[in-house]
Design a binder for this molecule. Structure first.
Ligand code: XMP
Length: 322
């Protein structure tokens, strides 16, 4: 296993982060010289920090590809483009592949099949872009230390899996010895917005595992709006839970509007606290917040007529529904 050097002190403050950044900039410049580097920029903390670091080190020689699979949260693709392209001057290719993803996922209800399709289409779209951009020797990745440790026994290292063999890149992994808390301090020191740096974990298959069963565009749109309300209201709390989101199952129940029956979806609210996601405790959402979320979703999100709160722990439930 690639081990974190014992001489490496834990990064706890901005000054230490700055000295890490300066050292990495030199090492990146030494490694890649005048060559171009490709990075799949998801907008998650790790790839965003790598992007910011590489922009400082090699500027326009970093080519970021942001694949919008249509399963991102409300406002997320726009935030990535705005922060990286407009504010940081990144060389960013934005690919809206949401229609392709929805087409491939059409009618597929099995959670594992959905995950596999999302993973495969993602790689296909990314590889197509990589092949279009000729003469790229380097691929940057937001691998962090827990990815390396976990890939030893618990689960496959997801960052490198999946790329076809004929794409032989040399890897650039500047944060591979950092723990998550250190990545965040470095991100702040690089000038990334706080809400990007401290954002809650978000699964790779995105809202695809929260729009239960076979995904439809109208239910996915409702989920994006309901999820944005859950996030907005929970983020007003002094102490935020570790993860909080909304789920919409693929069934309708009876509701009433203007004295008439109407069938609508349910929105399920989930908030958990955990250390490592292996076990998790349901977070006690204050009733006032629950009521505000309920009233806002019913008023603002067409198609939803029922609000449920999932207060299960892990085990027996998992954090995600699929
Ligand atoms: P579960 O549902 O297994 O989730 O209790 C544990 C944590 O992992 C996240 N998660 C994923 N992250 N790709 C990811 O990158 C995935 O396929 C995936 N599935 C679950 C989940 O959000 C939770 O934080």
């Amino acid at each position: 296993m690639d081990k974190r050097p014992s001489s490496m002190k834990r990064i706890k403050n901005k000054k230490q982060a700055q000295s890490f950044i300066n050292k990495q900039i030199k090492e990146i410049q030494k490694q890649v010289k005048d060559e171009k580097v490709l990075l799949a920029l998801s907008g998650g903390v790790d790839s965003s920090v790598v992007a910011a670091l590489l922009i400082k080190a090699i500027g326009k020689n970093l080519v970021c590809v942001h694949v919008n699979h249509g399963l991102l949260r409300l406002g997320e693709p726009e935030q990535v483009v705005s922060v990286f392209k407009k504010n940081m001057g990144a060389n960013l290719i934005y690919v809206d592949a949401s229609k392709t993803f929805l087409k491939e996922l059409k009618g597929v209800a099995d959670p594992e099949k959905k995950r596999k399709i999302i993973g495969k289409v993602f790689i296909d779209v990314f590889v197509k872009q990589a092949k279009r951009l000729k003469n790229i020797k380097y691929l940057a990745q937001g691998t962090i230390y827990p990815d390396i440790v976990e890939s030893k026994g618990v689960k496959a290292h997801h960052n490198v899996g999946g790329l076809p063999k004929d794409l032989s890149f040399e890897l650039v992994e500047p944060i591979k010895y950092l723990y998550k808390d250190e990545v965040r301090i470095v991100g702040e020191a690089l000038g990334l917005p706080k809400d990007m740096v401290y954002r809650q974990p978000f699964p790779g298959p995105g809202l695809g595992v929260r729009c239960l069963g076979a995904i439809t565009k109208d239910r996915l749109d409702a989920l994006k709006k309901a999820d944005a309300i859950v996030r907005e209201e929970i983020e007003k709390l002094k102490v935020k839970p570790w993860q909080y989101f909304c789920v919409i199952p693929d069934y309708k129940s009876t509701g009433v509007k203007n004295g008439k029956r109407y069938m609508g979806w349910s929105a399920i609210i989930r908030a958990v606290n955990t250390k490592d996601a292996v076990t998790a405790k349901s977070y006690e959402i204050p009733y006032k917040t629950l009521y505000t979320i309920r009233d806002r979703i019913i008023k603002e999100v067409p198609g939803i007529n029922r609000i449920l709160w999932d207060y299960s722990n892990k085990p027996n439930s998992t954090i995600e529904w699929e």
